[in-house]
Design a protein around this ligand. Structure first.
Ligand code: GAP
Length: 457
């Protein structure tokens, strides 16, 4: 974060710059849903693209899937989600709002107390003893903690009698686990190998309203690495390092990131940690890396009755692989990148410019083409048509060139390309760089190669 940015500021600028709008806004909104606008959808697509490039395309032995969102309900019984995917909730009896007990404790203790280490009784006791008040009405009259399953239910079937309860998936991971043998068989991959997926997940979350940090519909980018027991700890460390390097390569400062080891592990997990980011509201989880042992494959084997055993082609040994899971929310990463990129820079002479210093690979538009004078727009339009075939490019001919530069700075466009009378004479254009505001003159036919080099990830 160049300039300390508040969440309110980020929400407002995202709305004003076509990055993210409140969901269902003209109907008064719908809590915890957000719509990506023309600039935001480009950024988010880039986020997903660079993740896929790093963890599938450039990774040895990693393969992608795109599994169905709606799955056989037995999947969620096997995974444990139908019985234990719930949050501890308390109702304020005064204003009738519902809250997560763990969130109340985190907010009250400003992150110093970790509610993950507490039982429900301990959380109730903390809230009563410390007199944690309702953040909405200020009241102090709580119900006891009750647990609610976070999965959204729907039903399938044509007639009322034939309706079966099904769920919107709360994570993409299960689509990777249940396709383990399909992927292994069709790719002829040998363990260790990985299966990755990017897709929507849904959770009936109550959140304290931290913008796109925690929403009821979000996208996950998940990667499961299947490996032999005994090699798992080494791969766990490797994925921690790879996950961190990815964030650093996107331009996030190391001092805004930290590892957070889980002290309380799920019963099947051997090790688990998050990478946290210093969001405007404080340190919070950005992604998770888990050593899930052979729990997932053994549960699906048990519940489906189908063998998921891997047979080693070299030594003929048969086993269920361990899984190292690396999971990151595309929206949550987007929030970190927005917060990290935001800067209000004071220029010589006292002017302040708002600039989003995105990594060029993430920026919505790789360049903006700006004819200096409207009446000599032809070369600019020709350049635009050429560049559009390779990159997402913006075009603007309205207003002073200074204002047009500022508009592009505000959405993080890394390069502005200006055509002028000289372009007509010798075919060169001015390229202005967003961060330094330095300008250089280049032949028009070198721009494509210039952008390809400067915006690569
Ligand atoms: N398969 C493992 C899994 O789903 P998780 O910690 O519940 O683990 C993984 O979720 C990541 O998904 C989180 O680190 C976060 O980036 C993102 N995520 C989870 N719940 C989210 C929500 N309600 N809104 C936005 N992102 C969420």
């Amino acid at each position: 974060m160049g300039t300390a940015v508040t969440m309110d500021k980020l929400v407002a600028l995202c709305k004003n710059r076509g990055i993210i709008f409140p969901g269902s806004e003209i109907y008064g909104g719908m809590g915890n849903t957000w719509d990506y606008g023309p600039v935001g959808v480009e950024i988010k697509n880039n986020v997903k693209r660079v993740w896929w490039k790093r963890f599938v395309q450039e990774s040895d032995n990693s393969f992608g899937v795109d599994a169905a969102i709606l799955m056989n309900s037995r999947v969620w019984e096997a995974s444990g989600h139908t019985t234990s995917f719930s949050d501890p909730k308390m109702d304020c009896k005064k204003c009738k709002t519902r809250h997560r007990a763990d969130n109340l404790i985190e907010m009250h203790s400003k992150g110093k107390v970790d509610p993950d280490l507490m039982t429900n009784e301990e959380m109730e006791q903390y809230i009563r003893e410390k007199e944690v008040h309702c953040p909405i009405c200020g009241g102090f009259d709580w119900t006891n903690i009750r647990t609610f399953n976070l999965m959204f239910e729907t039903s399938r079937g044509v007639t009322d009698e034939s309706q079966n309860k099904i769920y919107l998936r709360p994570e993409t991971a299960q689509g990777e686990f249940i396709n383990f043998l399909n992927v292994q068989r069709t790719t002829r991959a040998k363990v260790p190998f990985g299966i990755a997926q990017i897709g929507k997940a849904f959770r009936n979350e109550i959140t304290p309203g931290n913008f796109i940090f925690r929403t009821i519909e979000f996208e996950q980018m998940e990667h499961q690495w299947f490996c032999k027991e005994g090699t798992d700890s080494q791969f766990y460390e490797e994925y921690k390092a790879r996950a961190m390097q990815f964030l650093l390569d996107l331009g996030i400062k190391r001092e805004h990131l930290r590892f957070h080891d889980h002290e309380k592990l799920a019963h099947y997990a051997k090790a688990a940690c998050d990478i946290q980011y210093l969001y405007p509201m404080g340190w919070s989880e950005l992604n998770g890396i888990h050593n899930r042992t052979d729990y997932d494959l053994s549960r699906h084997q048990e519940y489906s009755g189908k063998s998921l055993t891997y047979v080693d082609p070299i030594d003929g040994s048969r086993y269920l692989p361990y899984v190292i899971e690396y999971s990151i929310g595309a929206d949550r990463l987007m929030l970190a990148l927005l917060a990290e990129a935001y800067e209000e820079e004071t220029l010589e002479g006292g002017d302040v410019r708002g600039v989003m210093r995105f990594h060029p690979a993430i920026a919505a538009y790789k360049a903006a083409v700006l004819p200096l004078q409207k009446n000599i727009a032809e070369p600019a339009k020709a350049l635009l048509q050429k560049l559009k075939k390779k990159f997402s490019v913006s075009y603007d001919e309205a207003g002073s060139i200074g204002k047009r530069y500022r508009r592009q700075d505000e959405i993080g466009t890394p390069f502005c390309i200006t055509t002028d009378f000289e372009t007509l004479e010798n075919g060169t254009v001015t390229v202005r760089e967003r961060d330094s505001m330095q300008q250089l003159r280049l032949p028009m036919d070198e721009i494509e190669a210039f952008l390809a080099e400067k915006t690569a990830f």
